[in-house]
Design a protein around this ligand. Structure first.
Ligand SMILES: Cc1ncc(COP(=O)(O)O)c(C=O)c1O
Length: 391
């Protein structure tokens, strides 16, 4: 996109989403990039091959399709480089493997995505990394937990399922002062609503499976880094043999083109439903950072440009009420993940948490608000709440 002459320098987010990463005039004017299916790339002669003196050498190191997506994400993130990996979980595990060694100390936020915790408690511990969970509300207090061997502070804001908002600039300041780097799982906000690198984060992580895909049909993760961190990250990526297929990369780039308008709709519907839920019988609490009642609202407002479309509610009762609620839903599907066009609900399991999520007055239900008409979703939830009340 940068190469196109005559375009204004400061473009709006939807313009950048529509045109980022690929110049149609690089490929015969076709609006979309070609989907390159490849492993082998041929060299014209032995000398070029010996020196790897051409742009593409083997498809694990990129193709025109994956490059288009990486460039589009770099433009959104302001990053020096982006790597594509087979799932959002790999986007978490790759940078941790790249930057941690036996004997190192990792500060991991306690409200991290559940499988991030599983990786830390199994593989990282097996490799001799000391993992310590910290309170997402700690802010500058993180300083007290930083040790001489702390290499990484991992953040996720808002937290998975419980939606605590972290003071990212305060955490970054203390981590950097101690020589540690900061990683952030920024899947909820996407770079549209939180540009992590602008807040000093060194490595930003996305489950592209969610909003960038938008259609619940692709698994992918992206890891984007500053200039200072990219080389080490890329070396680990190459050493591990990670890559993604051209078809999947194409679909994620396709998803980016409409992500802005989809996110607006997700956000608007989710907030409307969250506001409505606050007034309903049988709803004890609504955990959505864009609500004024949310403990992290001021921080969210200070740092974020918008909200994702997934949040949680605490309903009155116990497991029976949670199951009655879920079983009564007709439009919401019962399924993991989020960010697709369809609404989903799940009974949240906070097992494994050591600091957060202990004091809720009832079961937690996470709602992913899709692109359906909000009035239909409200009617579906109303019916489910009635079922829970009589269970
Ligand atoms: C915050 C967050 N990060 C990462 C992931 C992992 O993504 P994937 O399902 O693509 O592995 C998820 C999945 O739910 C998530 O919610």
């Amino acid at each position: 996109m940068d190469k196109q002459p005559g375009k204004p320098a400061k473009l709006g987010i939807n313009t950048r989403l529509a045109h980022g990463g690929y110049d149609p005039h690089d490929y015969h004017g076709f609006v979309n990039p070609p989907v390159v299916h490849a492993s082998t790339v041929l060299f014209p002669d032995a000398e070029t091959m010996a020196g790897h003196r051409q742009k593409y050498t083997y498809a694990t190191h990129g193709t025109p399709t994956t490059d288009a997506l990486c460039r589009a994400i770099d433009e959104l993130e302001g990053s020096a480089g982006t790597l594509l990996v087979p799932s959002g979980l790999v986007a978490v595990t790759l940078p941790l493997l790249a930057f941690l060694a036996p004997g190192d100390h990792l500060l991991m936020v306690d409200c991290c995505y559940g499988n991030t915790r599983h990786f830390c408690n199994t593989m990282l511990k097996q490799f001799g990394v000391e993992v310590e969970y910290y309170d997402p509300l700690i802010g500058a207090g993180i300083e007290k937990l930083i040790k001489a061997n702390t290499r990484v502070v991992f953040t996720e804001s808002p937290g998975s399922n419980t939606f605590e908002v972290q003071d990212i600039p305060a955490v970054v300041e203390k981590a950097h002062a101690a020589g540690a780097i900061v990683m952030m799982d920024n899947t909820w906000a996407t770079p549209l609503y939180f540009r992590a690198l602008d807040f000093g984060v060194d490595i930003t992580i996305h489950a592209a499976t969610k909003y960038p895909s938008g259609h619940s049909d692709i698994l992918m993760g992206t890891v984007s880094a500053t200039e200072a961190c990219f080389k080490k990250l890329d070396a680990a990526y190459t050493a591990l043999g990670l890559c993604v297929g051209g078809d999947d990369a194409y679909q994620i780039l396709r998803g980016l083109r409409t992500m802005g308008v989809r996110m607006e709709r997700h956000a608007k519907s989710a907030l409307e439903i969250a506001n409505w839920l606050e007034r309903q019988d049988g709803v004890v609490e609504v955990l959505h950072p864009a609500l004024e009642s949310h403990a992290g609202h001021a921080l969210w407002k200070r740092d974020f440009g918008g909200a994702g479309g997934v949040f949680s509610i605490v309903i009155a009762g116990g497991v029976n009420q949670a199951h009655a609620f879920l079983n009564a839903l007709k439009i919401f599907g019962l399924g993991y993940s989020w960010g697709g066009y369809e609404s989903l609900a799940v009974h949240v399991n906070l097992g494994g948490r050591v600091i957060t999520g202990k004091n809720y007055a009832g079961p937690l239900i996470r709602l992913q608000i899709g692109l359906e008409d909000p009035a239909d979703l409200i009617a579906d939830i109303e019916n489910a709440l009635a079922a829970a009340r009589t269970a």
